[in-house]
Design a protein around this ligand. Sequence first.
Ligand code: NAD
Length: 314
Amino acid sequence: MSEPNTVLVTGGAGFIGSHLVDRLLSLDHKVVVIDNLSTGKLKNLNPAATFHHLDITQPSVTEVFQREQPDVVFHLAAQVSVTESTKDPFHDSDVNVFGTLRLLEAARRCGIEKFIYSSTGGALYGDPETDPCTEEHPILPVAPYGLSKYVAELYLDLYHRLYQINFTTLRYGNVYGPRQEAHGEAGVVAIFAQAMLEGRQPQIYGDGDQARDFVFVDDVVEANLLAMTKGDGGAFNIGTGEKTSVNQIFESLQSTIKYRWGPELAPARHGEVYKISLDSSKATEALGWTPRVGMEEGLLQTVEFFRNAGKAVR
Ligand code: NAD
């Protein structure tokens, strides 16, 4: 896609979505955002985007599609909390499955060029038997969130077969970076950094040995941009292939922030994957994607953001 296009970003006021909106605008695309601001923030949202304050489960989504005629849809709006999905699986399914279906129906009625879906690699494969884990690994989620994100993938596949809707699914590792809030899948970096900067003691659940594939938000945005023209009909892991434990994150942030205290230890949580890293070689081959921002640099940028945000509040 060489010419600037109208792109619709659901969840564009959220952590990842707002970074994507900024990049798309910098590339001269016309950007339309649908967000109900349940976890997203207006202050994240670039004022150059056209904003529809709307829930993706609502019928009026179709009117927005008809009015704006998007060429490409980036679908990021979701119920993003693994813990909440266990407490209220109905709401989780409502947003993540039914909401996605609402968008797909609107997309097929108005005709779009591509639907790019933000799925999860971290919550889909359960505790993987292989490390790093490829897309071929059995789908064995340990919480409703992982399943609802996957059912939406299946709807994409169905709509492709039934109505030829072109799509790419991106399965992220644990995304971190500026603007992240504490509630999401990879909230640990935001939670620890904010607590340390405010002189509070962060909690570590269980032994802290649980490890994830942490990928920086700019790299995830890049994968979305590449998917505009590549990776048709595929699902791709977007991660670094490296595992970093919660204890390691604590120690790295501790030394970056010069925080003097240890963590407060709390019981392990249910519905959490213990250890996972993602093999992204399929994304490298099909999209030309590789992660560029290392953990040290990514954490530095994140801490800097929270430091400045803290100063702005005072
Ligand atoms: P986020 O909570 O910051 O963003 C989600 C956005 O969707 C928010 O702005 C929220 O207000 C909006 N939203 C939620 N429900 C909505 C609804 N019913 N209607 C309209 N808008 C709604 O979370 P994020 O971390 O930026 O996640 C973005 C996407 O990436 C999600 O689809 C998530 O499942 C996926 N993902 C995130 C991670 C991660 O580590 N952050 C990992 C894997 C996948």
